[in-house]
Design a protein around this ligand. Structure first.
Ligand code: SF4
Length: 244
């Protein structure tokens, strides 16, 4: 399956006038206009794309079915832990038809090193059944259809849409939520509202790359407890710099 996915706008690196005005505004504590905030968000997106040019899905997969299974398994555990269990899982159950016929007990045995393994085994089996019964064994390509599947919420659906179907989607996980708040791009805590706010600030072609790069930046620099503001390339656009 896809290796490197650019998800990059190729937009100019320089601050636009309104991004510069916005930067001055956040320094003085002035309220930003929507246009200024959007310009700042786009400047942040551009800088993120320069720093992290390739957005590669860290979950090992060879097709849409395997990607769906891996993303469902990745909830509340590391990608590395998922990549350890999926080779055997995919060897035994290479498609929706075979997984739908598995017992949850057998699936549990293969994924028991992962958090929430019982719930995930149940979701996988049910999801596979739905794929067989409603989608001819194929992974659907729309948000509405994907979120009908067991174990699939908007975050999972957006990852699938972005990586499998090149359809723009903002995947809001804990890093995306924390960083978009620290960067002053939203004041919301609810992922669906954060997705809406970011979607209003950025053009659709930026959505997938932006959210994935925020996740990378959250893991590498803007940590939850001790953000490295001194070494952060976003500090000029960040109202939380040295405060978080
Ligand atoms: S300046 Fe600090 S708080 Fe802002 S994004 Fe960078 S690391 Fe996070």
């Amino acid at each position: 399956m896809p290796g490197k996915t650019p998800f990059s706008s190729g937009a100019k690196v320089e601050l636009s006038r309104s991004a510069a005005a916005s930067r001055r505004g956040i320094r003085r504590g002035k309220r930003e206009t929507l246009g200024e905030k959007s310009a700042r968000a786009n400047a942040i997106a551009t800088r993120l794309a320069l720093t992290y040019p390739d957005v590669e899905c860290p979950l090992t997969h060879r097709n849409h079915f395997e990607l769906l299974v891996a993303v469902i398994l990745s909830a509340q555990c590391t990608d590395a832990a998922v990549n350890k269990v999926t080779p055997e899982l995919f060897r035994r159950y290479p498609d929706a038809a075979s997984l739908s016929g598995a017992s949850t007990r057998d699936i549990e045995a293969l994924i028991r090193t992962l958090g929430l393994f019982r719930a995930k085994a149940k979701s996988l089996q049910r999801c596979a059944q739905q794929l067989v019964e409603e989608f001819e064994g194929q992974v659907p390509a729309t948000m509405t259809e994907l979120t009908k599947l067991a174990g699939v919420g908007r975050k999972t659906a957006n990852v699938i849409l972005g990586h499998a179907f090149a359809t723009p989607g903002i995947a809001v996980d804990t890093h995306c939520k924390r960083l978009s708040n620290r960067l002053g791009l939203t004041g919301e805590q609810d992922p669906t509202k954060i997705e809406r706010d970011l979607g209003c600030l950025l053009p659709p072609q930026e959505w997938t790359g932006f959210s994935h790069r925020l996740i990378i930046h959250g893991r590498r620099v803007c940590h939850a407890r001790k953000p490295n503001c001194g070494g952060c390339m976003l500090r000029q656009w960040c109202p939380s710099r040295d405060l978080a």
